[in-house]
Design a protein around this ligand. Structure first.
Ligand code: C5P
Length: 313
């Protein structure tokens, strides 16, 4: 259960994601890239609590069009970039977009507990935004359709519609193949797979990574079917050689540590390994949690960053 009602509002678990495959199909006239990517949510969550109303006496109330919002961000392990606790936070922008779309003022206290590192390609900010969109629709009984929620998501970021789908289905819809900018989604069946994620100290900026993409990087058209087959069957060993992330070479041009991450998993008992999204997080799929714990212990000795053991939803 990702979203549930509380006494004064709702509580959402906003999952991270990995890209099991990412192909670039071309550059678009609007500056974005035409993508085909297969994503799966992880059992690694930010928590977003929404409560009706704000305490007007306390400082930091944000007034944004139809929205009165107080945002508190709790971030125990502040990663590269960190999450802003002001109107630029995607949670606030998402709530403002919902208020505008619903045509009614919203007054909300939001508490965001950040565990997913920023600038990691793990979709933390996008997932928080989706939790805010779906949570606000439920909390105020706004009656916005899934299409409308996804469209609000798309206005905030390319990965947000994917997380809206996951959150609105309460985790029933998990993995998906996303095309276009990322907004055209097809849900695909998936089995959970154990994985180890390394988040290096350095973050990577998504626009910077995309601006380093070269035509040769566009990727392998066999990658998405391979990822979809792996998710459906769990036969990752069979498909591993076909998985690609077209942003990996561009990310390596932005930071030499990407090559080190790639090398770190060589020789370890993993099924497949690659960069997630535009990085800087790098993941390896493992046969089961026991193997993942062993791999994580070996990866920690290389001191490349924070090492987490998790699994896809
Ligand atoms: O949509 P989002 O805000 O997540 O995108 C961040 C940046 O990533 C964009 O400004 C763009 O540079 C790049 N991007 C892209 N093509 C995509 C998605 C993102 O070029 N499909």
């Amino acid at each position: 259960m990702l979203l549930r009602a509380t006494r004064d509002g709702c509580l959402a678990l906003a999952p991270a994601k990995i890209n099991l495959s990412l192909e670039i199909l071309g550059k678009r006239p609007d500056g974005y890239h035409e993508l085909r990517t297969v994503m799966a949510p992880l059992r690694w969550y930010d928590t977003l609590r929404l409560a009706r109303g704000v305490d007007s006496a306390s400082p930091g109330v944000i007034d944004d069009a139809g929205l009165r919002c107080q945002l508190r961000v709790i971030e125990p392990a502040r990663g590269a970039g960190g999450a802003p606790a002001d109107a630029s936070n995607l949670v606030v922008r998402a709530l403002a977009a919902v208020a505008a779309r619903a045509g009614r003022p919203l007054s909300v206290t939001a508490t965001l507990f950040k565990r997913i590192p920023s600038q990691a390609g793990l979709g933390g900010g996008s997932s928080d935004a989706a939790a805010a969109i779906v949570g606000a629709n439920r909390l105020w009984d706004l009656g916005l359709s899934l299409d409308e929620l996804r469209a609000i998501g798309a206005s905030l970021g390319s990965d947000v519609p994917f997380f809206v789908e996951v959150m609105a289905s309460n985790g029933q819809h998990r993995a998906a193949c996303a095309e276009g900018r990322g907004e055209r989604l097809r849900c695909v069946p998936s089995r959970s797979v154990a994985c180890v994620v390394i988040k290096p100290r350095e973050g990577l900026s998504t626009p910077e990574v995309y601006s380093n993409v070269m035509a040769d990087d566009f990727g392998d058209h066999r990658s998405a079917p391979a990822a979809i087959e792996g998710l459906a069957t769990g036969a990752w060993r069979r498909v591993a050689g076909r998985l690609t992330n077209a942003l990996q070479a561009a990310a390596a041009r932005c930071g030499a540590f990407v090559e080190e991450l790639h090398a770190a998993f060589r020789g370890l008992p993993v099924l497949a390994h690659q960069l997630s999204g535009s990085g800087s997080a790098y993941f390896a799929l493992c046969a089961n949690r026991r193997v993942a714990l062993r791999v994580a212990a070996a990866a920690r000795t290389k001191k490349l960053g924070q090492v987490a053991v998790t699994a896809t939803l």
